[in-house]
Design a protein around this ligand. Structure first.
Ligand code: ATP
Length: 606
């Protein structure tokens, strides 16, 4: 049975209005119950505001605002100018299209006016016969139309779709095309809804999550669970060409505590300050995925060449850090230098100016063998056995230690050599690769341990305030939040107004513009009300003097003390982290643990 597109449009209308995450979950469950198993992947991609996972590297829709207005004007037989003006007045083109379409339907008793009347099938009440399959296929065709004449093809297809749609459907199609769906639905909530519908209980989310961690394509995973049931997900292995969600580290700033946590003995490695790269190889094809699982292969032709020359296995998935190096001395250069590569248009020029080296630290798959459940030293040996090392392609520098002095010495050497600190990793029997999870099997120990706040944190922008004085009328302070995976929400931690350069401030309005909202986004949890709400998307690294209790912030509210959350005193902006997604931000649990450690330290000192 095909699925009417109206089901999606109705669900979106409800989702758009929710203010609580529990309500969002209910609506998603309702939507999935009405979704035939064969199209659940498409419904999920549309919910995520995309046609396919980003890492596929397939073209985007390629429809700008102008083309959308033109298509709408053809479909509605209205002037572009009128639509543009109306869109300005009501806030967006989608809404404008919906209004015009509804009025026309009222006048014409169900049929769209003008030349395209013969194409439009809506009945007297404005119901359309559009299906999810047809909308998706048409949008995919629009995206795939490339090169000469593609603009006309895109225009025709989109106009046809908008003509055929009901007013409400047309609104969401237009918003999807514009990349402005902004439903604020997170992956974790989608997985929970899938668990309820297809696995019988929200508790089964962990099985779906494990499968998603090994193959980062929620559409495909949903289709497997919907068609074959949850049992089928239990046997999923990583697959070359499909990114696996990265394993992450906890943080500590006390070496003896680090060793204790890891069972007295650990592999310690340099923590290189560059870009994480998940490198996949199959025959003579190479893929490189970023920490956020974007396909960044095209940005690193030099790394592709190194991988082809130096990975001996036919099929492999390995992980390492790409670091900028000084071409003269081979010394490591900081993260910011590497990020300059992203800004250069000509990758070959960038490659010349900013050469890189790759330091490899793990492997999760080699020639059909899933290594994720194998202990670290087994994986490390496997990694060593399938690569040839040279100056710019090496195993991460590491050693096994069991005493604090040796760890400290290695740490100081790492800093001296330009690394950010060290990664200490468990090597016992259970030291598996925990895809997609932050856990105590890996612990990072970073350089900025001397400041009172032991480490920087990564927080998500959820709001903005207008500045005063020199910054009057412009955004000068941001409201920042930590991620709470349990509730899949972003909880406020602090307001940050210092640390920005004039250039940072200058760029703020443009950076924030696409994410500004009139009302609080549903996944944001904050009692403090900013001048403008911001959809939780942008991540920034923040440092402060110390963690404090605060009655106004919702992060860890009531955890350390009733009536108080955890906040940061004198927070300072350090840098943007475009390589992190909001769900990669520091979690509420991590902040709480940092707070407890700080308390312990203060107690010991006094
Ligand atoms: P950070 O903000 O400190 O870079 P993160 O949140 O990106 O951390 P974490 O898991 O906390 O990720 O820290 C591990 C990160 O450090 C990895 O994502 C990787 O990019 C980098 N890294 C550098 N050297 C190593 C190494 N030897 N082993 C593992 N990760 C390393």
């Amino acid at each position: 049975m095909p699925m009417p597109f109206s089901v999606i449009a109705e669900a979106f209308e409800k989702l758009e209005r929710v203010t609580a995450r529990t309500q969002m979950l209910l609506y998603l469950v309702e939507l999935f119950k009405k979704t035939p198993a064969e199209v659940v992947d498409k419904v999920i991609y549309i919910l995520q505001g995309k046609l396919w996972p980003d890492w596929k590297g397939l073209p985007e829709l390629g429809v700008g605002e102008k083309l959308l207005i033109k298509a709408a004007s053809i479909a509605l037989h209205t002037s572009e100018h009128y639509l543009e003006r109306l869109a300005k007045k009501v806030g967006d083109i989608g809404k404008a299209i919906e209004i015009v379409k509804s009025e026309q339907l009222k006048k014409t008793g169900g049929r769209a006016p003008g030349l395209l009347a013969f194409m439009s099938k809506p009945g007297p009440t404005g119901e359309s016969t559009l299906t999810v399959e047809r909308v998706y296929e048409t949008l995919a065709k629009i995206a795939m139309a490339q090169g000469e004449g593609s603009r006309d093809i895109k225009l025709k297809l989109l106009a046809g779709l908008l003509a055929e749609a009901s007013p409400k459907e047309a609104k969401y199609i237009a918003r999807f095309v514009e990349g402005r769906l902004r439903l604020g639905v997170g992956d974790a909530t989608i997985m929970e809804a899938l668990a309820v519908v297809y696995a019988g209980s929200a508790a089964m989310r962990s099985i779906i999550e494990r499968a998603y961690n090994l193959r980062a394509d929620l559409g495909t995973i949903a289709k497997i669970v919907a068609i074959q049931g949850v049992e089928a997900l239990k046997n999923i292995k990583p697959e070359v060409g499909m990114p696996i969600r990265p394993m992450l580290a906890e943080r500590l700033s006390d070496p003896s505590e680090i060793l204790k946590k890891l069972g007295g003995k650990a592999l310690i490695e340099y923590k290189y300050d560059g870009e994480r790269a998940q490198i996949h190889k199959k025959g003579d094809k190479i893929w490189i995925f970023s920490r956020r699982l974007e396909n960044i292969t095209h940005m690193y032709p030099d790394v592709v060449k190194m991988a082809l020359e130096s990975i001996k296995a036919e099929e492999a998935i390995i992980e390492g850090e790409i670091v900028a190096i000084d071409p003269e001395t081979g010394e490591l250069r900081p993260f910011q230098v590497l990020m300059r590569r992203r800004r250069k248009h000509d990758v070959h020029v960038a490659m010349e100016e900013i050469p890189v080296a790759v330091y490899l630290f793990d492997t999760v798959y080699v020639n059909g063998e899933d290594l994720t459940l194998k202990p670290l030293l087994y994986r490390r040996e496997k990694l060593a056995s399938i690569i040839n090392e040279n100056d710019t392609w090496q195993l991460a520098k590491g050693t096994i230690v069991s005493d604090v002095e040796a760890l400290e010495k290695f740490f100081l050497q790492a800093i001296e050599d330009g690394a950010e600190g060290i990664m200490a990793k468990a090597i016992h029997d259970k030291s598996i690769y925990q895809a997609g999870a932050r856990g105590w099997l890996w612990i990072k120990y970073k350089r900025d341990y001397k400041s009172e706040m032991a480490d920087t944190v990564d927080l998500v922008v959820i709001g903005a305030f207008y500045g005063k004085g020199r910054r009057g009328g412009k955004f000068g302070t941001l409201l920042m939040a930590a991620y709470d995976p349990e509730s899949d929400t972003f909880k406020s931690v602090c307001k940050v107004g210092s640390g920005f350069t004039d250039e940072d401030l200058e760029k703020l309005p443009e950076m924030l513009a696409p994410y500004i909202r009139d009302t609080k986004p549903p996944r944001v949890d904050s009692t403090m009300k900013p001048d403008a709400w911001v959809e939780p998307v942008l991540v920034a690294e923040i440092i402060g003097a110390e963690l404090t209790l605060s009655p106004v912030h919702t992060c860890c509210y009531g955890w350390a003390k009733s009536g108080a959350g955890i906040s940061i005193r004198f927070p300072r902006f350090i840098r943007w982290r475009p390589d992190k997604s909001p769900e990669d931000a520091t979690t509420t649990k991590e902040l709480y643990e940092m707070y407890l450690r700080q308390l312990k330290r203060l107690e010991e000192e006094s």
